[in-house]
Ligand binder design. Sequence first.
Ligand code: KIV
Length: 290
Amino acid sequence: MAAARTSSITVPAVRARKGGEPLVMLTAYDAPGARIADEAGVDMILVGDSLAMVVLGYDDTLQVTVEDMAHHTAAVARVKPRALVVADLPWLSYHVSVEDTVRNAATLIRAGAEAVKLEGGRKRVDAVRALVDAEMPVMGHIGLTPQSVHAMGGFKVQGKDADAAAVLVADAQALAEAGCFAVVLEGVPDVVARMVTEAVDIPTIGIGAGRWCDGQVLVVHDLLGIEDRVLPKFVRRYASLKADAVAAVAAYAADVRSGAFPSDAESYHLSDETARVLGLYGSAADAVSA
Ligand code: KIV
C-alpha cells in the first residue's frame, strides 16, 4: 500500500532528521524502480554506482562513467519522485581535479539529481567544499567504499580495530565540517557506527553498519530478491522477485509451446462484414468475428 506522505523531501529536511525518525534510502536505476521506491514512501532514492553490478553485469563499481550515471539519474528523475534523488559520482569523476569534480557533479545535477554522493573521508574535503560552494549538496560515504575495492583487498568490513575506528570518526567529522548533509557508513561494526553517529551532527545512513545509524540504505535488487546469487549478512530479503519472474516466464513459455497462448480473448478480430469481403467463412469467420 502506498505510504500517505505527500510533500517533497529536501536536503534541509534530511539534515533535520538527525536523531529523529530513521531515514529510509533505497537504490533505483530507472523509472519503474523510482516509482516503486516513491510509492512505498522512501525518503531518498540513491542512483547508486551499484548500477554497474546489479544492472550492467560488472564485477565491481569501477566500470561506470559519468555518462552512465547521468543516463540512469535522468530516468529516475523523470518520475519526479517525492523522495530526494541522490546520484553517485562514479570512480575517477572526483579524483583528478576540483574543476573536474564540479563539472561532473553538475552533469548529474542537470540530469535531475538533487544531491551527489562521493566516497572517502578527509582526503575528499576539498572536493566537498568546492561542490557545496557551487550549491551542490553532498552526501559522504565512508567505511567499506566499493570504489576502493582493490586498495582494500576486496569488499571487506572496515573499522575493526581501535585505530581504524578513530579514523572513521575523524573522517565523518571532516566531511560534516566540509559541508556534507549526511554520510553513508558501509560495512562497519555496529558500535563503531554508533560512535560515528554520536560524533557528528549530520545523519548517518547505514548499510551493514547496524541499528544505531540515523537511517538505513539497501540495494533494491537485494531487498526484492532480484539478485539471488549472494546474500550478504546485512541484507534482509523482503521478496523473491527473481524466482517469481523465472516461474512466470517459464509458464509463458509452456503456454506458447502448448498453444494455450494467445487465446481468442487475447486476439484482435475482424468485423463479420470485413471477414465476408475477404471470403472468410465457417470456422475461420468464427475466429475473425469481432
Ligand atoms: O552504489 C550504491 O548502491 C551505494 C550504496 C551501497 C550505499 O553506494
